[in-house]
Design a binder for this molecule. Structure first.
Ligand code: FES
Ligand SMILES: [Fe+2]
Length: 472
């Protein structure tokens, strides 16, 4: 790490990341550390506040809550989304809860003051009862909150001075422009109230090192993205890239492709989405494809034809679909991409899974999952309602998230153990955790926003990466 003048002038951070490959355990439960995150991190970062699918019509709104702040995100018209702090300008009552439609604006449930979708105050009951200086129109409009649109979502930022959205979350936003995330639509939406620190929940998805033990059914056959990197001469170091069925012995092309299809099915069923059932069926339709004898050639042929078939199927149905060959050429076919600090997407073929995690306390978070897919324009179903949070051990969780959730509460408890002072990270495959944690330290130290954006751009990318220089 290079120390810059700005770093040297920084505020002290408790339980700081003195080594990039060691995470002090108190960062996950210390109340002072949590309070610093509440003050110095969350009010300054762009946060995915809602999917645009939740607010398709004028007047549709979503309440986004982060810590003690509640924000109304509202669609004003076809091309305009606005956000306001959710408090009546009279005596502060919150105007909305959850989601709804208010085409003619918001009415305060206390004394009936009204606000248009543009935030202007439109009605005060008996205005003569007030001193004029207290009901100046400019002073009684809803307080705006920054909001910007990207990848089919509205993002908010409580900091009027923060750098803009796109530069703050690159290369995530460009990656999902390529994936055409704007036409991904929620099929289902679930949430979990989890007794763990928000960072712990995020970090469970930052490496594939846990797959062998936590998701044994997925271990063995490699993913499509891995195949492309293996072909390109850069095999992932910690994975078994040989056959599971044969215990690692050489296998023929046909068996290899059968394993690939089986893996797709296991992911699809285990996530109740992510790889959509319709794409698994397309893959199964290619079982009899003529294949070269060598595995790399067979994989290349199979995935090229699968991409062609998925794109053709979508085109035939009038459904927008990314150019999956271009996705591979640009090395954007990775299992997970992160958007600092609390949002990530797992894109596959026509569909995706998405996660968002918000802190509820030092040792509690709200963990949301979406399954996303694409529909012909105009035939998208209504967005599913805001889910009632389930427990991490609820039997209704699909297999794969259920497996991830089974470890997390135990890990939060283990962090309190005597002698457990820090987590130790692999600098090769758990680097994203160290990179994230150092960026958080940058926020807590009050570093220059431009430096923080530079750091965020180095962590808002794929999982399974090594430690990198984040610029401070
Ligand atoms: S608090 Fe809203 S009208 Fe009084
Ligand atoms: Fe997992």
């Amino acid at each position: 790490m290079t120390l810059t003048d700005k770093t040297r002038a920084a505020l002290p951070v408790p339980y700081a990341m003195e080594r990039s490959d060691r995470v002090p355990s108190r960062r996950y439960y210390d109340p002072e550390f949590y309070a610093m995150e509440c003050e110095l991190l969350w009010p300054h970062v762009w946060q995915m506040a809602c999917r645009l699918a939740e607010i398709p019509h004028p007047g549709d709104f979503v309440e986004y809550v982060i810590l003690d702040k509640s924000i109304i995100v509202v669609r004003v018209d076809h091309s305009t989304v606005r956000a306001y702090h959710n408090a009546c300008r009279h005596r502060g009552v919150q105007l909305v809860k959850d989601r709804g439609n208010a085409p003619s604006g918001f009415t305060c449930p206390f004394h009936g003051w009204c606000y248009g979708l543009n935030g202007a105050n439109t009605y005060i009951y008996q205005p003569d009862l007030f001193d004029k200086s207290n009901i100046e129109p400019s002073d009684v409009a809803l307080t705006p909150c920054r909001v910007e649109i990207a990848n089919g979502c509205a993002f908010i930022n409580l900091d009027d001075g923060a750098p803009g959205l796109r530069e703050s979350i690159e290369p995530f936003v460009t990656t999902f422009d390529a994936w055409k995330a704007e036409s991904l639509w929620p099929e289902w939406h679930l949430s979990c109230r989890m007794p763990v620190n928000w960072k712990l929940a995020m970090e469970a998805f930052m490496e594939g090192y846990h797959v062998r033990e936590t998701h044994p059914q997925l271990f063995g056959a490699v993913s499509a993205g891995d195949i492309y990197r293996v072909i390109g001469g850069e095999p992932p170091s910690h994975r078994n890239v040989r056959s599971r069925a044969t215990g690692g012995a050489a296998i023929d092309s046909r068996s290899f492709i059968d394993e690939q299809i089986q893996r797709m099915r296991l992911v699809s069923e285990g996530m109740a989405g992510e790889i959509h059932e319709k794409d698994v069926r397309i893959a199964e339709g290619l079982r009899d494809l003529e294949l070269p004898k060598d595995l790399a050639g067979a994989a290349q042929t199979f995935y090229r034809e699968l991409n062609n078939a998925v794109m053709a199927s979508n085109a035939q149905a009038g459904i927008e679909c990314p150019d999956l060959h271009m996705i591979n050429e640009r090395d954007l076919n990775r299992s997970v991409f992160f958007c600092f600090p609390n949002y990530f997407l797992l894109p596959t073929y026509s569909s995706a899974a998405s996660y968002r995690i918000r802190p509820l306390g030092p040792e509690e978070c709200l963990f949301e999952l979406w399954s996303l897919t694409r529909y012909p324009p105009g035939s998208e179903p209504p967005a599913p309602p805001t889910p009632v949070p389930m427990a991490p051990d609820d039997s209704r969780w699909p297999t794969i998230p259920g497996q991830d959730y089974s470890n997390l509460p135990k890990q939060q408890l283990g962090l309190h153990a005597k002698g457990f002072d820090f987590m130790r990270l692999s600098p090769h495959v758990e680097g994203l955790i160290g990179n994230y944690q150092r960026l958080i330290d940058g926020y807590l130290a009050g570093l220059d926003p431009e430096l923080l954006v530079q750091g965020a751009q180095r962590v808002s990318g794929p999982f399974d990466v090594g430690l990198v220089d984040i610029g401070f």
